[in-house]
Design a protein around this ligand. Structure first.
Ligand SMILES: C[S@@+](CC[C@H](N)C(=O)[O-])C[C@H]1O[C@@H](n2cnc3c(N)ncnc32)[C@H](O)[C@@H]1O
Length: 282
């Protein structure tokens, strides 16, 4: 999953899993654009004239679905859609949905680039990005799901007053995202250096549980689309698509936690600085 490559467990036959938990997977999501709230009510039993879910939530990069399933369990009147580009994650998340008996959650085997074909303008009440793959290197920055261009695409499907929420173990990714949000014309509702403390009721995702156990703090931001951005604003966002190393504090040696995916780069930079300092002393 993401940076830590997903290994297929022993005895895991992907096709068999995808078929077994297929009731929670929509393989042709493009067919439902604009009518998710009606078409999925009640999920799995076809269309029931006029009835619909109150709101549609999207967990983009849902991973194995712990956050998605818990969110769905807490709000049965809303529909929760998870999307992920990793088929193994889709299989695990679908298994969880089926085994938890949830009828208001499903997963789509698609990535962020497909959003405009899957959802109509204003169809989504809230998008959540939990611990998105950070792609710290500058070269891969366009893949981050919080680039100004991705944020512009989210604007088109988020309902009036709707939200986009990021949670991450990465202070650099959160700070980078604040710049990209400004470039895409979002208004920040809250920004937090410790989401778990300030929003304790939020369900934990798999990555949050795993990284918190390793000492991570959860950084986050929640924003809503504001005035349309100007071309200059957007250009500034694109120009800021640099390495996440640029967002780390100067004093790397006393960092209490290094974000996932940046360990090697931080170690290399610390060693380089030590070598340079030794050379200067010599
Ligand atoms: C680090 S994992 C986090 C999973 C989960 N949200 C959590 O917090 O436990 C990042 C997930 O995002 C998925 N992903 C990466 N790029 C994506 C994209 N462009 N669209 C959708 N999912 C993506 C990966 O396959 C992976 O499952």
């Amino acid at each position: 999953m993401g940076l830590t490559h997903i290994r297929t467990p022993k005895n895991f036959v992907l096709e068999e899993r995808l078929a077994r938990f297929g009731t929670a997977i929509e393989e042709r999501p493009e067919a439902y654009a604009g009518r998710w709230a009606e078409a999925c009510w009640p999920l799995g039993s076809g269309h029931a004239g006029g009835a619909h879910f109150d709101a549609v939530h999207l967990d983009l990069g849902c991973g194995k679905g712990a956050f998605l399933a818990e969110s769905a369990r807490r709000a049965p009147q809303d529909l929760f859609i998870g999307m992920d580009i990793e088929p193994i994650c889709i299989a695990y998340a679908a298994q969880r949905i089926v085994e938890d008996g949830l009828t208001n959650a499903l997963v789509l085997p698609r990535g962020a680039g497909a959003l405009g074909r899957i959802f109509a303008p204003g169809e989504i009440a809230a998008i959540t990005l939990n611990f998105p793959t950070p792609y710290p290197k500058r070269h891969f920055a366009p893949r981050r799901t919080t680039t100004v261009d991705h944020l512009l695409a989210y604007r088109r499907i988020i309902a009036a007053g709707g939200t986009l929420t990021l949670r991450t173990d990465s202070q650099p990714l959160r700070d980078y995202t604040l710049i990209q949000l400004a470039a895409a014309g979002y208004e920040v509702l809250w920004s937090s250096d410790d989401v778990r403390r300030e929003h304790p009721d939020t369900p934990a995702s798999e990555y949050e549980s795993r990284l918190a156990a390793q000492g991570a703090t959860v950084w986050g931001v929640c924003a809503t689309p504001g005035a349309e951005p100007t071309r200059d604003q957007i250009a500034q966002g694109r120009a800021a698509e640099q390495s996440l190393m640029a967002y780390l504090p100067d004093d790397l040696e006393s960092l209490p936690y290094v974000p996932l995916g940046m360990e090697a780069a931080v170690t290399n930079l610390i060693n380089r600085r030590r070598r340079e300092a030794a050379r200067e002393r010599a």
